[in-house]
Design a protein around this ligand. Structure first.
Ligand code: ADP
Ligand code: MG
Length: 252
């Protein structure tokens, strides 16, 4: 049975999608069958892997029960990396899902039907703590929380940790935090260094040693429909994501 990682933070623009795509790509490149599920209606992970935003069917049809998850899987540019795209209807799911009895369990049930084929599953969450994120947290074994090393970095983290404990208590006792990941880091600035120190002091033991630097190659890779590890494998960004994937695997 594969291990399921949710990449979550209700803040937008902190590097969730970038982390989901690149961690999934690194694990797949190491030879493990990996599934990336685009749980965000903005479909950035789908587009970042070179597929159309309107790629259908996708997760929407699966959550509605119209389609088996198996039938929505598509191959990606990275061999061993399979994608379950968001699908154009997913934006409506945040409204529709809460009306469905047991909606929080739907994603987990859908993944259970395909999980045996994959050693790792990575879930890219939307920037909210709404029903889609809750569904992802119910389906996950571990959460990775990207934190951008900017002013306000800590803001919202308390709310996220409360949500994680609630999901743990009420819906998914298996859920644990794999770690917080410092992203888009600029170690040349005082602010960058201060925020890193502050986050590490605030959450000792919880922050990954690996830090993702701000790197032009990481930012431009999605416009080529490629993970940075394919776009420029020797860039500082790609090397950081390779190191992170190793750290994630070694933490179990
Ligand atoms: P989220 O999914 O949390 O909203 P994204 O992963 O989409 O965040 O990142 C927000 C923006 O920052 C995107 O344009 C992305 O390409 C860019 N970005 C993310 N990480 C880096 C990085 N390490 N270096 C440079 N740009 C980055
Ligand atoms: Mg995103």
């Amino acid at each position: 049975m594969g291990k399921v990682y949710a990449i979550a933070n209700q803040k937008g623009g902190v590097g969730k999608t970038t982390t989901a795509v690149n961690v999934a790509a690194c694990i797949a490149e190491a030879g493990y069958a990996t599934l990336l599920v685009d749980v965000d209606p903005q479909a950035n992970a789908t587009v970042g892997l070179g597929l159309s935003r309107s790629q259908a069917p996708g997760l929407y049809e699966v959550l509605c029960g119209e389609l088996d998850a198996e039938r929505a899987l598509v191959d990606s540019v990275v061999s061993a990396l399979t994608l379950l795209p968001a699908g154009p209807g997913l934006a409506g799911a945040n409204m529709e899902l809460p009306r469905v009895e047991g909606f929080e369990l739907r994603l987990r049930q859908a993944l259970d039907t395909v999980k045996d084929r994959f050693e790792y599953v990575v879930l890219d969450c939307p920037p909210s703590l709404g029903p889609l994120t809750v569904s992802a947290l119910v389906a996950a074994d571990r959460v990775i929380v990207p934190v951008q090393t900017e002013y306000f970095a800590l803001e919202g983290l308390a709310g996220l940790l409360d949500t994680l404990s609630l999901v743990q208590r009420e819906l998914n006792p298996r859920l644990t935090i794999a770690g917080m990941l410092l992203t888009m880091h600029d170690s040349r600035t005082r602010l960058g260094r201060d925020v890193e120190r502050e986050v590490r002091e605030h959450f000792p033991d919880l922050v990954f040693d690996t830090v993702i630097p701000r790197n032009v190659r990481v930012g431009e890779a999605p416009s080529y429909g490629l993970p940075v590890t394919h776009h420029d494998p020797h860039s500082a960004g790609a090397e950081a994501y390779f190191a992170l994937a190793q750290e994630v695997a070694s933490r179990g």
